[in-house]
Write a protein that binds this ligand. Structure first.
Ligand SMILES: *Cc1c(COP(=O)(O)O)cnc(C)c1O
Length: 246
């Protein structure tokens, strides 16, 4: 184990435990565990924490703010001891912040409107990158109401997917969603699976589904998630910071 990893011995144990949860849920659903990728959500944690998890073999990391993403990615890219990492953005993205995301070649999980598709495609072209993107879909709140956790309304998904497919600089990977707060996640993830099936009728290469977090990853894997986004179960409870939602 590397010296950095030794500073956080619980990380290795947490990583093993999360991977075991994913693998168990996949097998119970009759799926191959290798189909499910673990994305480590490092928001609020330091570059050293990312370095420690990278030393344990984790390569995919996610942030929810562009500035934090760009800062950590730059710090770690400068360190020759850190292997090449792949970065993902899982939080709301403003059109005027697409450039650093494109420069990093980060995967964007939160495409929720047509103007963002245009801005991302232009930035990707400027940076000579092809960006992997997901359409974030709003699964509604406990009463089915939209607007609680971000994302496009289900009715808007086909149009957004077509716009992405029409941009050579973007590659549509699939759908992303966050389960409603205060409701059972399983029915929401089943709705997501239905939307994903419909999406693949028009876009057969959009085979990924980004769903499931520390508290509900089993339900997401059962419903077919191929990417789970886990923060707390790996790094611990996030330190409280003021400002935007964590
Ligand atoms: C913070 C966050 C996660 C990780 O949540 P945990 O409960 O800490 O695992 C996953 N997805 C998104 C979009 C997030 O913002």
């Amino acid at each position: 184990m590397s010296p950095v990893a030794e500073n956080r011995p619980s990380l290795a144990e947490n990583l093993r435990a999360v991977r075991a949860r994913i693998d168990d849920a996949a097998r119970a659903a009759g799926r191959d565990p290798a189909e499910v990728r673990l994305l480590a959500v490092s928001k609020t944690w330091s570059a050293d924490d990312v370095r420690a998890l990278a030393a344990l073999g984790q390569r995919h990391f996610a942030e929810n703010r562009v500035q934090e993403l760009a800062g950590k990615a730059a710090a770690l890219a400068e360190d020759p001891a850190v292997p090449e990492l792949h970065w993902h953005l899982v939080g709301q993205l403003q059109r005027n912040k697409v450039t650093p995301v494109a420069r990093l070649g980060a995967t964007v999980h939160s495409v929720d409107r047509a103007s963002l598709v245009t801005a991302l495609a232009r930035a990707a072209e400027r940076e000579q990158r092809v960006l992997d993107v997901y359409v974030q879909v709003d699964l509604g709140g406990p009463e089915g109401e939209l607007g609680s956790r971000g994302g496009a309304a289900p009715a808007d998904v086909p149009g957004l997917a077509d716009a992405i497919a029409g941009a050579p600089e973007l590659r549509l990977r699939g759908l992303m969603a966050v389960a409603p707060r205060g409701a059972e996640p399983a029915p929401a993830f089943q709705r997501l699976a239905g939307l994903a099936t419909r999406l693949r009728a028009d876009h057969p290469d959009a085979t990924d589904t980004s769903a499931g977090m520390s508290g509900d990853l089993e339900a997401a894997v059962t419903a077919g998630a191929t990417v789970v986004r886990v923060g707390t179960a790996l790094f611990g409870t996030r330190p409280l910071t003021s400002g935007a939602e964590q």
